[in-house]
Each structure stands twice: as C-alpha cells, then as structure tokens.
Design a protein around this ligand. Sequence first.
Ligand code: HEC
Length: 155
Amino acid sequence: MNKTISKLAAATATFLLAACGGGGSGSSQENPAGSEPASPVQASAKGAVIPAAAPPREYMQCRSCHSPQPGKHGVGPSLHAILGRPAGSIEGFNYTSALKQSAIVWNRETLDSWLEAPRKMVPGTRMVMAVRDAGRRAAILDYLESLTPDKPAQE
Ligand code: HEC
C-alpha cells in the first residue's frame, strides 16, 4: 500500500514538472520569433530608394559633384547614361568649351583615360579629380555602365 502511494506521488510530481517545463520553454520561444519579421521589411524599404545598382566605395569621391539621376546636375553634370554619349553634350549644363569641342565619345576606353588624367586628355577642363589606380577606375566604370540602360557595343 505504501508503494502504491509513493508511485502516485512520483507520477504526479513528474506530471507537474513536465507541465511547468513545457509552459516555460513555449513562452521563451515566442520572443525571438516575434522580433524577426521587422528586419526584412526595413531592408526592402531601403532598397526601393536606390534606382540603379548601389554605387561602389570608389564612386563616393565623384558623388559630391555628380548625380546618377537623369537631368540632375551639381558642380558636374549628371552621369546617367554616360556611355555612348559625346562629351559635353547634355543640354542645360555649363561645360567648358574645351570639353564641348573635344570630340570625345564616352566609352569604357575614353572614360578610363579621362578618369586617369582629365586635364591631360582635355587641357582646360574644369574637372580636376583624377583616379590613378586602374582597379578603382574599373570599379567606377562598372558602376557607370549600370547607369546606362542600353549599353553600346564595345569598340
Ligand atoms: C570637384 C567636382 C568634381 C568631382 C569630384 C568629379 N567631377 Fe567629373 N566633372 C566635373 C565637372 C565640373 C565636369 C565638367 C567639365 C568641363 O566642362 O570641362 C565633369 C565632367 C565629367 C565627365 C564628362 C561628362 C560629360 O557629360 O561629358 C565625366 C564622365 C565625369 N566628370 C566623371 C567623373 C567621375 C567618374 C568622378 C569620380 C571619380 C568625377 N567625375 C569627379 C566635376 C567633378
């Protein structure tokens, strides 16, 4: 008889422990699950603001003077759809006559020489920033290509 009572007591204790343990782990799982959905929503909202590919680090030094948006000019002209365009050809931007009369057409090759030494390529230009490192120029050119929806064939 004593044995039966102690078995019942043990069974009851085990049941109570299981119920407490189950309830405890159930509620602790809810917190991390509840905080997860917030981050993907924020990420897609940020992504929607940027029209083309996100600019690489190398392009940051161009941003103070050039916008990637069509028709938006700063100290320098917009660089939207620059590939395939004759130099100094955007209506409404006040270029130097040196650049307007240069007869350059922008492609990867001419842009590469321009970025390496603008004043050597077009003496008298107002753009003075040069990018000496070929790898950095390549990263910038990849980005400029992404701003040109219909990329012209390479010559
Ligand atoms: C301090 C301002 C400034 C910075 C920084 C600058 N530019 Fe310029 N950029 C200009 C100006 C001003 C012109 C117009 C030059 C002229 O009329 O002679 C120009 C012209 C150009 C042109 C020719 C545009 C056309 O319509 O023919 C390209 C391409 C260009 N810049 C690319 C770049 C890139 C890429 C960078 C970053 C590595 C850069 N620029 C940094 C001021 C700047």
